[in-house]
Design a binder for this molecule. Sequence first.
Ligand code: AMP
Ligand code: MN
Ligand code: MN
Ligand code: MN
Length: 288
Amino acid sequence: MTIYDLHCHSTASDGMLTPTALVARAAKNGVEVLALTDHDSLAGLAEARQAAAEHGLSLVNGLEISVTWRERTVHIIGLDVALDHPALNEGLQKLQQQRQARAEEIGDKLARTGFSDALEEARRYGSDTNVTRTHFARVLLARGAVATMQDAFNRYLKRGKPAYVKTSWVELAQAVAWINGAGGRAVIAHPSRYDLTATKLRELLGEFVSNGGRGLEVVYGGIDANVVGNNAAYAKAFKLEASVGSDFHEPNTPWRELGRLARVPKDLTPIWSEPWRTATPVINTTSI
Ligand code: AMP
Ligand code: MN
Ligand code: MN
Ligand code: MN
């Protein structure tokens, strides 16, 4: 049975490993088909593709787009997208500008909270242009201001906390249109992490499907069998294809390690039932 991991991050966004090191780690863990899905960026894919060829691991193009849906942030994974689609690339450029502006505001807010030069330091953690809240959390952790990454979000970075900056990312329909326009497959990432009521989640899924969305991440790092079961029921009810991805960011987080995922429940259609267009090298994944 082929091992898939269709959600992870490199230094092109908030991951700690370069695309090369990430692919090497995935290969070592037995992953056969990997999608690198950096936040709002395709920048790591060329390097990852080269490394994939060296390891004989099949790489699928991917990204994770930040969407604002009813004042909340929702993440939409795009799998198998072409790298040269103009609308997608223009859209990502705009998201990068929003990230830059937000990062400066977060830096200012942290300065007012007593942490000077946080942005300058955040830029040194991986990508110097694609700065996320994860980068700021690492700064706070390194300075000993918090004990864990989770703490950094809970005390400073999440909604309602001193360094939170409200942002309007892109609309759901727009993100799906970019992905579909680039020949890709749109997938809602980690549905249980949005803190949505069942009613709201159904509204999100309905809107996603009517806008051309195709998949739901059913299995991901850090969830138990109950959540997998819930996600599977939603996938079935909305006729969404099932995806799996660790959401790996860094070593030493065993609950979201590359390739260490439960299987997709058998009665669901996996997002890989149709061959990928961007996967190289091509490996034989038909044997079960
Ligand atoms: P951003 O897109 O800049 O708002 O950053 C979002 C990223 O922060 C997510 O992709 C996660 O990697 C990370 N993140 C969000 N909430 C938490 C949390 N409570 N604990 C640890 N990391 C988090
Ligand atoms: Mn992240
Ligand atoms: Mn996410
Ligand atoms: Mn992610």
